[in-house]
Design a protein around this ligand. Structure first.
Ligand SMILES: [Zn+2]
Length: 341
């Protein structure tokens, strides 16, 4: 049995993007894999409800929300050149946000982890615009909800290959949300330099770790061990949210980090140890990117196994990545001025 609640709804598939890389097959590949490996019955599968509009409004401007609704009800279109929407996309986006809210309820009620297996993804969506396949910023809506309903501090760890610009924008001046992103640079959307550290009260609460293409498992693990984990120990979050994109995998068409699915297990177990220490194990992951239909189910199940202190289910042969030891050392000393690490 798995201890992690799985939030899923078949209406996520109604967000119809045609032949776009962010399409319904991403979710059906994960669900199909769980079924074929006979894992599906081992999960407590929860069907979420759409988020109430007032939670979306906490993060997004009303004008933008109405624009998305109107565009969808007129049959669909494009929010930007990368972000198509269809007639049902608005409802799917409310449901995706609702899934993370439900995951947060469950993790606070039961002290068990949750994974919101959703689409559309969210971390690129800014207050007043959708972009990069994202409509509403699910993880940001979740963090705000948790702060209003349950706790005073939330850490968001974003390991998608792309920088979570939208999430960063929302919490840039907050000291209640620690936003940590490790991402490939250079890459879309171009933000996420290490010098972007937050402003005002939020100074030091945005941590960006840009890493070069070819970084590989060893570089990511080094960043976790030397920067991400020590900062989380200083922050002592009452809840950890993971923006869990799997597009850092070696086979992904959009990223070049050359990660194996092994590393998602390592990163997830590192985060769970923090969650266990400071919050009795409260951790909620939400799906962001990840476009290789064979890789994402393996990355997903390894993430779950990492969160649950199980051995990795899939172990891939992995060539070690580029040596970035010195660069990460320099980043560590930069962040050492903000946090005692
Ligand atoms: Zn991505």
């Amino acid at each position: 049995m798995f201890n992690t609640f799985l939030l899923y709804h078949e209406d996520f598939l109604k967000h119809d993007t045609g032949l776009h890389p962010e399409n319904r097959d991403r979710l059906t590949s994960i669900m199909g894999y769980l079924k074929s490996e006979e894992f599906l019955d081992d999960f407590e599968l929860i069907r979420p409800n759409p988020a109430r509009l007032d939670w979306i409004k906490r993060i997004h401007e009303e004008e933008y929300i109405s624009y998305v609704e109107t565009l969808c009800s007129s049959g669909g279109g494009y929010l930007d050149m990368d972000t198509p929407v269809s007639a049902e996309s608005y409802k799917a986006a409310l449901l995706a946000a609702g899934a993370i809210l439900k995951g947060i309820d469950l993790t606070f009620q039961h002290k068990r982890p949750a994974f919101a297996l959703v689409r559309p993804p969210g971390h690129h969506a800014e207050r007043s615009r959708g972009m990069g396949f994202c409509l509403f910023n699910n993880v940001a809506i979740g963090a705000r909800y948790a702060l209003e309903e349950y706790c005073k501090s939330v850490a968001i760890v974003d390991w998608d290959v792309h920088h979570g610009n939208g999430t960063q924008e929302v919490f840039y001046s907050s000291n209640q949300v620690l936003f940590i992103s490790i991402h490939q640079s250079p890459l879309y959307p171009g933000t996420g330099n290490y010098t972007e550290i937050g402003s005002g009260e939020g100074k030091g609460y945005t941590i960006n770790i840009p890493v070069p293409p070819g970084t590989g498992d060893s570089g990511c693990i080094q960043a976790f061990n030397e920067i991400i984990t020590p900062i989380l120990h200083e922050f002592r979050p009452e809840l950890i949210l993971i923006s869990s994109g799997f597009d850092g995998h070696n086979d992904d068409m959009l990223g070049g980090l050359t990660l194996s699915c092994n590393v998602y297990h390592t990163m997830a177990s590192a985060l769970f140890k923090i969650a266990e220490k400071y919050s009795g194990g409260r951790i909620v992951a939400t799906l962001e990117g990840g476009y290789d239909l064979t890789a994402i189910p393996k990355c997903f199940i390894n993430t779950i196994c990492g969160i649950e202190k199980k051995e990795p289910y899939v172990v891939e042969n992995h060539k070690d990545g580029r040596e970035i030891y010195d660069r990460l050392r320099n980043l560590k000393s930069f962040f050492n001025r903000l946090w005692n690490i």
